[in-house]
Design a protein around this ligand. Sequence first.
Ligand SMILES: [Zn+2]
Length: 414
Amino acid sequence: MIPPANGYTCESISLDDAMRFVLGVETDDWEITSSEGGFYDGVKVLHVHLSYVGSPGVCPDCRTPLTIHDYKEREWRHENLGETVCYIHAKVPRCRCSGCGTVTQMKVPWAEPKVTYTKRFEAVAVREMSRKPLAVVSREMRVSWRVLDHIVDRRVRMHLDGMDLNWLRRIRIDETSAKKNHRYITLVTDVDSGMIVFICKGKNSDVVGEFREWLLAHNGHPENITVVSCDFGKNYIAGVGQFLPNAHMVFDPFHLIQLANKKLDGDRASGQVNGQRLKSVRYALLKDPGKLTLEEREALLDITADNEVVAKSYAMKESLRQMYDSPSVEVAADHLARWVEWVEKEGSRAFRALAKTVRTHFDGILLAIETGVNNAYQEGLNAKVQFSKRLANGYHRSDRLSRIVYFRDSCRFV
Ligand SMILES: [Zn+2]
């Protein structure tokens, strides 16, 4: 029964066809021969048995008509039918080609070769696993984590094997902590689509070399990479210089403001002499002024009137943030140059160090404005990784976080 292009039609069908309709086995080559229903461990279970009644067809290689050599008993986990756990069983013909002298198992329309679950089961599992932890999906779908783990593995392998990076031009390199014990992973992402193109352990300059190898192995070209956005860490900068010859470094607003906030927080903590007052304004100091509550605004005024160092560092941080609102790159360049001079002269020790960093990476900071590399994506990536960390609980593999990040990213692009 082929679905119509618009509207819907219903016609009278036999119970046998109704069952095939529900199972998604809508081909006349297979018929239902028997079924068994019952309870297993308090759960409703249905087993449906299918037999092949079509012709063996011809050999795809030499076009010789095939003959059925023997049958192999197979079983697949199918998607649940309501509360009922469902299995499909079939005797699958193994066909002989007299031309090639080979015997091969016939492909079945409801499952990929060599897997023990149907396409529909896989589709449901993928949809569920892209948004819930494995343990929850395992419980809800009444399926072992091994099967789910296999689905994740298979999908990630297909996603990575099929990855063609010929088009890649502008990338971001980020580090993120992979759970406790201070281990890090590096993520490389396409700036324009947000697609994660590479993940590996560590965060030293060698990871850029590993990325270069990965790029070459996936039809990409290191010399095509023209823009690399990253934080101010020396490792990535050194790695990009060594392994990506045509890349311009770009330092995006997120990392620069994050750095300024870190320096400001240091000045706040060291100025904290008597108790809690400075501590209580911590978040107000780091927040975008447009998002402050009235109480936070008053507390901030109180502290900045009282503490000259914190007041000045706060003004410097805010001035840096305002640089990004400049109407043109030229105005931003002028703003930034004056900012560096001001901070070098009057800034706290922490801010003078920041001015030195800004002076060193002046062009890369402005290039972020010119190329439109912005924060929105960075926040998205952090959320993605944090969410994946929660989902990764229950995956019994050492490289589980990378796999889950790839897995969720691959779901987005299907
Ligand atoms: Zn053949």
